[in-house]
Design a protein around this ligand. Structure first.
Ligand SMILES: [Zn+2]
Length: 679
């Protein structure tokens, strides 16, 4: 499951970043159909050369800027039949042509360029690939990300395009769009793609692909060509992928509306990346081989053709598309599995949010794309929970109709949170102003508590009064409260508007206990003790102190390496005899040393879940006073060393047992719901 954490991150990182970072600077409002590219590009992956020619047409031109990356030489540049110049004075600078305002109906550029691409480095991980938006080429794969400025483009403008790709024999390539012409012979491969909607940019992929196809018919019986472009070593997976894509297309067409394109392709990448683009997804060979990808991340990618690459988020006011995609894919699959699995995912979201450090939180309107873990916790998870709460608020049917309304009216349009709000208001017939405003514009989350519960016998039953309180300024919330009686548990929704408010419920059965939002249906700050401690707390909290119990030099050195790997910063080491502060503490030692230290400090003994099982045990508890204490206990130096690679991937666990490098048991301590017994 190490891979699972890694891959999940990888997917989200790439999707978000790809979708959210149009290559050139700030997003500029665009007019439909302004720009068209007609590009022919010839790539030789052996010599890593690229030669391109592009005819660029701009209708109704305004003042604009034409750009091409620094790594290319311009061999021809014309503007309405006149010379344009190379657009730069030094060979290490990008080409930039500033074009003043023109009164013509239409202007055209003709640019020819060539260059040598960077070598493909399959040793790069996804973070490194992301960190450098560089066009790379090699026999195993060519990837020209839009953000590398591999073709001359009008800055900040969406564009329709036609791209013809020429490659040597044995190679195949593609860009997003409809395949309109293709030939494959001893002379080489040639394919032409057309994208007839305004697109954010063009990414080009090529490789030694085996292409498999299946025809699918969409909800309106129009043909949709499904393809896999797989490296030969994984081509046997193609049928399973094509079948899974069909399933997702059917599902989302019935939920939202017609799939907007005539194709969908799954394309393999020699590096461990994960990108979502219109009409295709580009995933690492190793990613595609993971069995769970078809049932999770693939659906998320397919759904981005509606949200993100179908209706475009307006990045100036926040990206709603990741949250909605997470809600309708990742989260929806959990709901389909069971209510328990769905609640578990909501708990994960709230627990991750509770573990955020000061300054890491931000309002949803500030989220554009995922750049680090904290932005995922808000931009994906909080936004997904926003849609979950909105569905609770409006009911399933209205919610569904509103989503269909967003699709029907905003397809291929830049759409803000406010546009989404308007459609939901129109469909539901109610103002959602305070709902949207409080969840989108405020950072943090409401912290709600049961302040008091009183019960009084009344004529034909009981009057149960429940006082709830929350921090100021107050949120407007329908707080679910479970009242237990001998007959079972009933949920009441209390309409909390103020910082403190008392509600009286008339009950026929004697109330025994009251618990607050036990199903976690509100995005809220979990109270201390409510969230089970997880290892992540000592990993992310910069105040964490480390105690190394062993005096053995080799064990101590390994312990230091492990602690540094977990915390990813300079360690603050305190002596075993030092008193523990209010900061989180990480303790590493041999099994006997750990037990002796816990006894000396009068701390709880090792839990039954780990005992002395396996070769090493790891667990975290909350000390009296609220600080967390994580323990790593190993039987010898080799067992400790075996944790260095795997353990950092298990931040979401409360305890683990390792046998060498393998985690043989793990789990999260149960959540402690806020519950008050009725006297
Ligand atoms: Zn996504």
């Amino acid at each position: 499951m190490i891979a699972a954490t890694f891959i999940r991150n990888c997917f989200f990182v790439f999707l978000a970043c790809f979708v959210a970072t149009p290559a050139v600077s700030a997003p500029v409002p665009f007019k439909m159909n302004d720009v068209e590219y007609d590009i022919t590009v010839k790539i030789d992956p052996v010599n890593r050369t690229l030669e391109g020619k592009s005819l660029i047409t701009v209708h109704r031109p305004r003042e604009l800027q034409l750009l091409l990356g620094a790594g290319y030489e311009v061999t021809q540049a014309e503007f309405n039949d006149g010379p344009l110049g190379s657009g730069r004075e030094q060979s290490n600078l990008p080409h930039i042509w500033n074009i003043p305002f023109h009164f013509r109906q239409q202007i055209q550029f003709l640019i020819q360029w060539k260059g040598v691409l960077a070598p493909l480095d399959t040793a790069l991980d996804h973070r490194q690939t992301l960190a450098r938006p560089v066009a790379v080429s090699g026999v195993e794969g060519t990837f020209l990300p839009d953000s590398s400025d591999w073709y001359p483009r009008i800055a900040g403008q969406f564009a329709r395009y036609k791209v013809s790709i020429e490659l040597p024999p044995g190679q195949k390539g593609l860009v997003a769009g409809r395949l309109i012409e293709e030939s494959d012979s001893e002379q080489g491969y040639r394919a032409t793609f057309e994208f007839s909607q305004p697109a954010e940019g063009i990414d080009l992929m090529a490789g030694p692909y085996v292409v498999d196809t299946q025809m699918h018919h969409n909800i309106k019986q129009k043909p949709v060509q499904l393809r896999t472009y797989f490296h030969p070593q994984i081509s046997k997976l193609s049928k399973d992928y094509l079948d899974a894509v069909k399933g997702y297309l059917d599902r989302y067409e019935s939920e939202i509306g017609e799939y907007p394109y005539s194709e969908f392709s799954v394309v393999s990448s020699p590096t461990p990346t994960g990108f979502g683009m219109p009409t295709l997804t580009y995933l690492g060979i190793n990613v595609l081989q993971l069995p769970f990808i078809r049932s999770t991340s693939l659906g998320h990618e397919v759904l981005h053709n509606w949200w993100g690459n179908g209706v475009y988020p307006d990045y100036r006011s926040g990206n709603w598309s990741e949250g909605l995609t997470t809600f309708m894919a990742d989260y929806a699959y959990k709901e389909q599995e069971s209510e328990t699995a769905a609640r578990e995912m909501r708990l994960d979201w709230l627990r991750d949010f509770a573990a955020l450090q000061p300054g890491q939180d931000a309002p949803l309107t500030a989220f554009t794309s995922r750049t680090h873990g904290a932005s995922k916790i808000v931009g994906y998870n909080k936004a997904a929970m926003f849609f979950f709460m909105l569905r609770d608020h409006l009911g399933e049917a209205v919610f569904q109709r509103a989503l269909q309304g967003v699709w029907a009216t905003r397809r291929f349009k830049v759409t803000s949170w406010q546009d989404v709000q308007k459609i939901f208001e129109l469909v539901s017939g109610q103002s959602l102003e305070s709902f949207f405003t409080q969840w989108l514009n405020r950072s943090s989350a409401p912290a709600i508590e049961i302040a008091e519960v009183k019960n009084a016998a009344a004529d034909s039953g009981y009057n149960l009064s429940i006082t709830l309180q929350q921090a100021e300024p107050a949120y407007q919330l329908h707080v679910p409260v479970a009242v237990e009686t001998q007959q079972g548990s009933t949920i009441h929704r209390l309409d909390l508007q103020q910082a403190q408010q008392t509600f009286t419920l008339k009950l026929t059965d004697k109330p025994l206990a009251v618990s607050l939002d036990p199903d976690l249906r509100l995005f809220r700050q979990l109270a201390s003790g409510e969230a089970p401690p997880i290892l992540r707390e000592v990993m992310v909290n910069a105040a964490t102190q480390t105690v190394l119990l062993s005096a053995q030099a080799d064990f101590r050195k390994i312990a230091e390496t492990l602690a540094a790997k977990l915390q990813d910063r300079k360690l603050e080491i305190i002596a075993p005899d030092d008193p523990l502060s209010a900061a989180p503490t990480l303790v590493i030692g041999l099994q006997a040393e750990i037990d002796a230290w816990l006894a000396a400090k009068q701390l709880p003994v090792r839990p039954d879940e780990t005992g002395k099982k396996g070769s090493a045990q790891v667990w975290i508890v909350t000390r009296t006073g609220g600080a967390s204490l994580a323990i790593i206990s190993a039987q010898d130096a080799a067992s400790l060393e075996a944790l260095i690679r795997p353990l950092p991937h298990y931040g979401r666990q409360s305890y683990l047992v390792f046998d060498g490098r393998q985690a043989i048991e793990r789990g999260v301590w149960p959540m402690q719901v806020q519950k008050v017994m009725v006297k």
